[in-house]
Design a protein around this ligand. Structure first.
Ligand code: UT7
Length: 340
């Protein structure tokens, strides 16, 4: 049976927010046993932004949401749904997404909305999972505008000491997002998408809250509760293979070759992982942009921040094909190939 799409789906607006505070590798050298040379060689990171006191997932996401509404020129009551992807929800209940809509209601420029709102926890894959969900909900014909934001306050989960250097040097804070909207052009929308996980590997990257959260066989049991534990080497190995396979499988689904895609907006995990992938497919550097040198790994925020930067720089244009690709804790991996 042929499925007739009621309409197309488009990305109507993008935005991002970075905390003002910049922490360079030289700053880290002063507080832990590490070096600029080690960090650049192993990760590609030169600097990252960290939240200031009082700044968090909620404040960063609120700023992005306001910019998205302004850029898309839509009023709060025209927003039907808000999906917030983060590992840094403020409370178990309610969702940070609902709190942010509360902030919007208190803001005289915006005001109240009854848009649906919820958080999703998919770590670095979160924004791309959210984009796929928003697209398919939109395709149901029952929504007009959905905001998807990826926001992370990861500096709160790392320890700024030599003991914590395995994660402290990699991660950064930030937020980015997009408004997914109905389009009159039926050709606009997702050509192929994937959302996958391997729950057997969750212990490779996690943030334990209680002692019972820590698996018996753990690679690093020295970090205090509430801080991130990561088996970097295992994730690196996993990522190099999975990232490439994910791109290939997504291209196969859409019956496209690597050169048919105009831009690959990839999760900024480690420049070595991205380079390996670029070389495997012969993708030119300008089609797979990198900003991990300036921002570090911002988890769910990395894909939407990079996308917004490329859109604002005029490099991504309507009519082009863009593949979003991410992997992260869970372990999870995901892609979303769009005809813009
Ligand atoms: O967003 C998705 C989630 N995470 C990732 O994508 C992370 C994937 N993994 C990675 O990017 C890399 O594994 C890391 C960058 C985390 C680590 O790089 P690596 O090449 O796998 O290093 P390693 O953990 O094998 O450590 C090599 C050496 C060790 O010393 P010895 O045992 O060889 O003497 C570490 O103690 O480097 C040492 N080391 C450091 N030295 C200076 C570890 N961290 C640091 C550091 N500065 N920050």
């Amino acid at each position: 049976m042929t499925v007739i799409k009621p309409h197309g789906v488009t990305i109507k607006a993008t935005a991002h927010y970075l905390p003002e505070r910049v922490v360079t590798n030289a700053d880290l050298e002063k507080i832990m046993d590490t070096s600029d040379e080690w960090i650049v060689q192993r990760t590609g990171v030169r600097a990252r932004h960290f939240c200031a006191e009082g700044e968090s997932t909620r404040e960063m996401s609120f700023s992005v949401l306001k910019d998205l509404l302004r850029n898309a020129n839509i009023k709060p009551d025209e927003l039907d749904l808000f999906i917030l992807a983060t590992v840094g929800a403020h409370m178990t209940c309610p969702s940070t997404a609902c709190q942010i809509l509360g902030d919007l209601a208190d803001d005289p420029e915006f005001g109240h909305t009854n848009a649906g709102a919820f958080d999703i926890t998919v770590a670095c894959s979160g924004f791309t999972y959210g984009l796929n969900m928003a697209h398919d909900l939109m395709a149901s014909g029952q929504y007009r505008n959905i905001a998807v934001i990826g926001a992370e306050h990861l500096s709160q989960y790392v320890e700024m000491t030599t003991r914590g250097r395995g994660t402290a040097v990699i991660f950064g804070d930030g937020a980015g997002g997009a408004i997914v909207s109905r389009s009159d052009n039926h050709d606009h929308g997702i050509l192929a998408q994937m959302m996958r996980s391997d729950g057997a590997k969750w212990g490779e990257l996690y943030i334990p809250e209680k002692a019972r959260d820590i698996p018996e066989q753990t690679h690093n049991d020295e970090m205090p509760l509430g801080l991130m534990r990561m088996n970097g080497r295992a994730i690196f190995k996993f990522a190099v293979g999975t990232f490439g396979d994910l791109i290939q499988q997504t291209l196969d689904k859409a019956d496209l070759s690597p050169a048919d895609v105009d831009h690959y907006i990839c999760h900024q995990s480690n420049v070595r992982i991205l380079e390996a992938c670029r070389e495997r497919f012969g993708i030119p550097q300008e089609k797979m942009p990198i900003n991990i040198d300036r921002l570090g790994n911002t988890s769910a925020a990395s894909v939407p921040i990079l996308f917004d930067e490329q859109v604002k720089a005029g490099r991504i244009k309507p009519g082009q094909k863009v593949m979003f690709v991410a992997f992260g804790a869970g372990l999870t991996w995901t892609s979303s190939l769009w005809q813009l």
